[in-house]
Design a protein around this ligand. Structure first.
Ligand code: AMP
Length: 281
C-alpha cells in the first residue's frame, strides 16, 4: 500500500492509472478510522480497479477550534487498518499541501439546503467541506466516490457540488454502520467517557422511536417523544427534526418518505445521526 503526502505524488500516480484505463474509486475521510469508514473502503475496493483513501483533518470545516484540536488523529493505526486491502493508495497531505496559496477556488452557492440543520448550527462548516472535496475531486479525478449516509446533508451537498463544478463523478451513498447497541459509529465516539458512551445510545433509541411511529401520532408529538428520550439521558439537543429527504425542509405532515435528523451534545462531544423512514400511507 502506497502512502502519498504531496499533491505531486498523487498527481503522477493518477495520470499513470488514467493511462492504464483503471477505474479509480475515492473515499475521503478525516482519519481515526472505524468500521463505518472501512465499509466504504471495502465497497470501493470491490467496485473499482484502484482506490484512493484520503486522510486529512480539514480545519476549514470546523467552526470551533476546540473541536478541531480535540479531533482524534492516529495515522499509523489508520494505515494498519487499511493494510490488508488490495489496490489501495493513501493520500495524507498536510494543510499546505491541501491548500496551496496559489490554488484557485471559487465557492459554490450552497442554497437553502446549506442553511438548514447542520448549516444553521455550524456556520461555515459546509463551505469548508465543499472547499476540501472540490480540491480532492480535482486532484484525484475519481470515477466513483463513496460517502456515508450518516452525514445525510453532507451527501446531498456533495451531489450538488458534483453537478455544480461538473465533475461527473458517480457519487455513492453508503449505509450507516452502527455499534451493536445502535450507536452510529463515529470518530468522535472515541472522546466519550464510559458513562457518556452509555447515554449516547439514546440518540439511536430516539430515532428508532420515530421510525416505529411514523404515520401514527401527529409529527410534532413524535418529535417531542424522541427529544424526551435524548434529554432524559442527559444530552443537550442541538436539533431534532423530521425533514423532507430532498429539500431537508421540515415536514408538517407525514410523507411517504422522510428523514429524522438529529445533532446532540454528549458532554463536549457533538454527535449526529439520522434515520430514513418510509410510511405506508
Ligand atoms: P469522516 O472521517 O467523519 O469525515 O467520515 C468520512 C466518511 O465516512 C464520510 O463520508 C462519512 O459519512 C462516512 N462515515 C462516517 N461514519 C460512518 C458510519 N458510521 N457508517 C458509514 N459511513 C460513515
Amino acid at each position: 500500500m502506497q502512502t502519498f503526502v504531496t499533491r505531486e505524488e498523487i498527481f503522477i500516480w493518477r495520470e499513470q492509472q488514467q493511462a492504464e484505463q483503471k477505474q479509480i474509486g475515492f473515499v475521503p475521510t478525516m482519519g481515526a478510522l472505524h468500521q463505518g469508514h472501512l465499509s466504504l473502503v471495502e465497497q470501493a475496493c470491490q467496485e473499482n480497479d484502484v482506490v484512493v483513501v484520503s486522510i486529512f483533518v480539514n480545519p476549514k470545516q470546523f467552526n470551533q477550534s476546540a473541536d478541531l484540536q480535540a479531533y482524534p488523529r492516529m495515522l499509523s493505526a489508520d494505515l494498519a487498518l487499511l493494510e490488508h486491502l488490495p489496490n489501495l493508495v493513501i493520500f495524507a497531505p498536510n494543510e499546505s499541501e491541501m491548500y496551496p496559496a496559489d490554488l484557485p477556488f471559487e465557492p459554490m452557492p450552497l442554497g437553502k439546503i446549506g442553511q438548514l440543520l447542520e448549516g444553521a448550527h455550524r456556520p461555515g462548516h459546509f463551505e469548508g467541506v465543499v472547499h476540501v472535496v472540490h480540491h480532492l475531486f480535482a486532484l484525484v479525478q475519481p470515477h466513483t466516490a463513496y460517502f456515508g449516509q450518516k452525514d445525510f446533508q453532507q451527501l446531498a451537498i456533495i451531489r450538488l457540488l458534483n453537478q455544480y463544478y461538473g465533475f461527473g463523478i458517480d457519487i455513492i451513498g453508503c449505509e450507516t454502520i452502527r455499534e451493536s447497541d445502535g450507536l452510529a459509529m463515529s470518530s468522535r465516539n472515541l472522546r466519550l467517557t464510559h458513562e457518556q458512551r452509555q447515554s449516547a445510545v439514546s440518540i439511536s433509541k430516539a430515532l428508532a422511536l420515530v421510525k416505529n411511529n411514523i404515520g401514527q401520532d401527529p409529527i410534532e408529538n413524535v418529535k417531542q417523544a424522541a427529544r424526551n428520550i435524548i434529554e432524559q439521558a442527559g444530552l443537550e439537543i442541538d436539533y431534532l427534526e423530521i425533514v423532507d429527504p430532498i429539500t431537508l425542509e421540515n415536514c408538517t405532515e407525514w410523507q411517504q418518505i422522510q428523514v429524522c435528523c438529529v445533532a446532540a451534545f454528549c458532554g463536549e462531544v457533538r454527535l449526529i445521526d439520522n434515520v430514513l423512514c418510509e410510511s405506508v400511507l
